[in-house]
Write a protein of this length. Structure first.
Length: 316
């Protein structure tokens, strides 16, 4: 046991969660050979094989699964102990929140401002990113809660999800875009031939978009632009050069101000649940319980722009 290193455990957990040495290396900021070396060292120390390696990726063996369950729980306990030690020392309490870009830019600032009136000595650290990256940080103990879309059952293994609201993916253009100027929404086939900005690969909304296109009889094209950055997306829409595929909340204010037209394209495949994801047994003091309660209250009752609302607005 004395030969085990924290670095080895972190690499092991990340490869297990990602199913890929390369993907783990990207998240950890290491090279793939460095991650592979850490795993080999761990396997040598334990004298077991932790992963079945193939071209399809890295899959946990029976030994690997046993270690994963224990290491994941140990990481959560270590994080809780470190936090408790800081609290005893009289330091400021730190709450670490992971949130999707649209949540960070639209609803989160007001909630946190009200929260800090109640807990002025609490620091709230907000981290933005894709759902996969945020969940990986949550498992590592680097985040306390993630506000994001519900991932598939594999990614959610061992995590707790509380649904807050449903969010739709929309096709939007600036008011000066030729599609908006024509007043007629083209067929999906013709729309896909337009320069388009789409979510980056690997994100849940990109997967939902691709499922919708497959269901409609199309293969996802080579998109001209890919981004989930809120500022970049809104500037691209206003430039009226691209059809933008993004979540409805990200364009709601611009649409209300008359700068964006949301096209009447809707399908159940374009809608997904958003909620709070936590690691069971993670640290949750009074400040965190208060903040989570504010998230539940404010986000679950936030105004939604439904597809019916979009269609009615366009008729007017």
């Amino acid at each position: 046991m004395a030969r085990l290193r924290f670095r080895q455990v972190r690499c092991f957990l990340e490869v297990a969660q990602r199913g890929s040495f390369m993907a783990a290396a990207e998240v950890l900021g290491l090279t793939q050979p460095a991650v592979s070396r850490s795993i080999r060292e761990l396997e040598t120390t334990l004298d077991v094989t932790l992963f079945d390696r193939s071209q399809r990726g890295a899959v946990l063996t029976v030994h690997g699964r046993k270690l994963f369950d224990a290491a994941e729980a140990a990481m959560a306990l270590l994080t809780e102990g470190l936090q408790a030690t800081q609290d005893m020392g009289g330091s400021r309490e730190l709450l670490r929140i992971g949130a999707l870009p649209n949540v960070c830019g639209l609803t989160l600032p007001g909630i946190i401002e009200d929260f800090q009136e109640i807990y002025p000595r609490t620091t709230v650290r907000v981290v933005s990113g894709s759902n996969a990256d945020l969940l990986a940080r949550l498992r590592q103990g680097a985040l306390d809660v993630v506000i994001g879309r519900l991932s598939d059952s594999t990614a959610m293994h061992g995590l707790s999800f509380q649904h807050l609201y449903d969010e739709s993916i929309v096709f939007a253009v600036g008011t000066e875009h030729p599609v908006a100027q024509s007043g007629v929404t083209p067929e999906l086939r013709a729309l896909l031939e337009q320069p388009m900005l789409a979510p980056i690969p690997g994100t849940i909304i990109r997967q939902e978009l691709e499922r919708f296109l497959f269901k409609s009889g199309f293969v996802a094209p080579d998109f001209a632009l890919e981004s989930i950055d809120a500022g970049f997306i809104n500037k691209t829409i206003r430039a009226s050069t691209h059809v933008v595929v993004t979540v409805e909340a990200l364009v709601a204010d611009a649409r209300a101000a008359g700068h964006v037209v949301v096209l009447p394209i809707s399908d159940p495949a374009l809608k997904g649940p958003v909620g709070l994801t936590t690691l069971p047994g993670g640290p949750e003091g009074p400040a965190m319980r208060t903040l989570l309660g504010m998230f539940r209250e404010r986000l679950s009752r936030a105004p939604r722009h439904t597809n019916n609302d979009m269609k009615e607005a366009e008729k007017e």
